[in-house]
Design a protein around this ligand. Structure first.
Ligand code: URA
Length: 235
């Protein structure tokens, strides 16, 4: 429960003092009823009107870290009716993913309704490091590894991994750990394709200082305030 004038002021439409004036003048209604008494307590579920115009509710900012499963699309809606990442999260808020992972890519994806943070993290100048584990077709030769380490040009722009390691060589595939600060769509697949290797499986293990931890496929958790602040301070 909050004081009516405080809720009006917090919504940003006017100051606390002006809100008090509006109430005293009988210009404020709560659930259709005129309220002229200062200090009347209201809840988030009450609808407040000023001059019969509903006060827009201030959106609570929410932040989720999801372990995205395969076969889920990284958008809010899908016209082909495929499952979306947003539908995996139980929230009333209008969230969307920060960047995207391909339909068949798994792993760490952040979702929020905080446009400011989303823009900040997606801006190329902010160079957020992401680490992927790629299972690629065939064996990555030492010369290809070296080429990759030096940087690969994709559509006229060079991508230099900030970290590169071969985790395992299998009979006809290689598991590679690669960190990049790039955000272009399908970038990891394009990097390996340019060396002649298809990516068979791709998982994002970390995003900046965040990692999947114990989250199983399809599970998610809210970010802590400390983590949100840290994301804001990334430069
Ligand atoms: N690079 C890709 O190719 N796919 C992803 O989903 C993410 C990065």
């Amino acid at each position: 429960m909050e004081r009516l004038q405080k809720i009006i002021a917090n919504s940003g439409v006017t100051s606390r003092r002006k809100a008090e004036e509006l109430i005293l003048k009988g210009r404020v209604k709560v659930n259709g009823e005129v309220i002229c008494t200062l200090g009347t307590k209201v809840t988030e579920n009450d609808t407040i009107f000023i001059d019969d115009v509903p006060l827009e509710k201030k959106e609570k900012k929410v932040y989720y870290l999801l372990n995205k499963p395969r076969g889920v699309i990284s958008t809010v809606f899908d016209d082909k009716n495929r499952k979306t990442v947003v539908s995996l999260i139980d929230t009333e808020e209008r969230i969307y993913p920060i960047g995207r992972l391909d339909y068949d890519t798994t792993g760490l994806l952040l979702l929020t309704n905080d446009g400011k943070l989303a823009n900040l993290l997606m801006h190329p100048k902010n160079e957020v490091e992401k680490t992927y584990i790629a299972k690629i077709e065939g064996i990555l030769t030492p010369s290809e590894f070296y080429q990759l380490k030096k940087g690969i040009t994709i559509e006229d722009r060079k991508v230099i991994p900030t970290h590169l390691k071969v985790r395992k060589k299998e009979e006809n595939s290689t598991i590679v750990e690669i960190s990049i600060v790039e955000g272009r769509n399908h970038i990891v697949k394009k990097i390996f394709a340019s060396l002649g290797h298809d990516v068979q499986k791709l998982k994002r293990e970390s995003y900046a200082f965040l990692s999947l931890g114990n989250l199983k496929s399809g599970e998610y958790r809210e970010l802590s305030l400390k983590e949100v602040k840290k994301l804001y301070s990334l430069k």
